[in-house]
Design a protein around this ligand. Structure first.
Ligand code: MN
Length: 321
């Protein structure tokens, strides 16, 4: 069975921006750090060997959040770094066109420049969409400044992957518990909250064809849609939405399995958002490819449904086939 992995990270050591989003609160084990340092900058041998060993046919590559481009305070540096990162990504995809596809990074610090870079990566570089790591210098994507970016995304009909990035640190519930920040838990709440801001801002009434991808089995949202629908309906609110949150979530969102290797969660997500909206991902090199592939291959799904999760949905969304 063909396997496309949707959220696979790389770094570009030549960027000016470096390490801005590295966790200040969590210390990784030495072996984990060594694995990241060795594998993240590699866009050929190590990566392809890992894919070959475990049966991953295609990695959809994206610049890792650890590089921290979204937190670069100088827009001019963000613009030049984004171009360089997208050029490096394109080089890897062109060197191995059957093994790699790419989601570009945009310099969202300067929305007009981000639109120009999106035009370039789609029209000239042939990349498949965009990935951004959380807010950009505290700005979330529902803000009016980003409307031109949504116009360009829907104009090109390419998706944007909303990946976790640096979260706010002032969360009293996590005080004294840095182990719960980052990928452990806080990212899911932060990124899920970002996705919900997009919905309740009415963005998808303005841009009904916009396509957003969420990792990590939908950042817990597939399991909360029922409550969102009933509680929003009970509120006097400025959010005048044409549809229910659950409807936007199934029409405008796709989710990936990155880092969630539990069949209970997968089946819950299938029942919540539908089999056509779920795509496989590993989260290489942070997660184990062998564990992720085993999780996929042993999933309690029909062969036809398994093919959709493994590659079919990704091929359709990213026009890879
Ligand atoms: Mn990731």
């Amino acid at each position: 069975m063909k396997i496309i992995a949707m959220e696979e990270a790389f770094t570009v050591p030549a960027l000016t921006t470096h390490g801005l989003a590295m966790s200040r609160w969590q210390r990784f084990r030495e072996s984990e750090l060594a694995n990241m340092v060795r594998r993240l900058p590699d866009l050929a041998d190590l990566r392809l060997a890992d894919m070959d060993e475990h049966g991953v046919d295609v990695q959809v590559l994206s610049l890792t959040n650890n590089q921290g481009l979204e937190l670069q305070p100088d827009p001019a540096i963000a613009v030049s770094d984004a171009k360089l990162a997208n050029d490096v990504l394109t080089e890897a995809v062109r060197a191995h066109p059957t093994r790699f596809a790419g989601l570009a990074v945009l310099p969202l610090q300067d929305p007009a420049a981000a639109v120009r870079e999106l035009d370039r990566v789609v029209n000239q570089l042939g990349l498949s969409g965009v990935l951004t790591n959380g807010h950009t210098l505290g700005h979330y994507l529902d803000e009016p400044r980003f409307r031109p970016v949504w116009e360009a995304l829907t104009g090109h009909d390419v998706p944007i992957y909303l990946h976790p990035g640096a979260a706010p640190t002032e969360w009293p519930v996590f005080d004294g518990h840095p182990e719960l920040l980052g990928a452990t838990y806080a990212w899911a709440a932060e990124t899920g909250g970002h996705a919900l801001r997009l919905i309740t801002s009415g963005l998808f009434d303005t841009f009904p064809t916009a396509k957003v991808i969420l990792g990590h089995m939908g950042e817990l949202l597939p399991f909360h849609l029922s409550r969102l629908d009933t509680r929003l309906a009970a509120l006097e609110t400025d959010a005048k939405l044409e549809k229910k949150v659950s409807e936007y979530f199934t029409e405008n969102f796709w989710i990936t399995t990155s880092g969630v290797m539990a069949h209970s969660a997968l089946i819950g997500a299938v029942l919540s958002v539908g089999i056509d909206n779920i795509m496989f991902a590993v989260d290489y090199p942070y997660e184990s490819t062998v564990q992720a592939v085993d999780f996929l291959n042993s999933a309690p799904l029909s062969p036809a449904d398994l093919e959709k999760v493994a590659h079919g949905n990704a091929e359709r969304l990213l026009r890879l086939a």
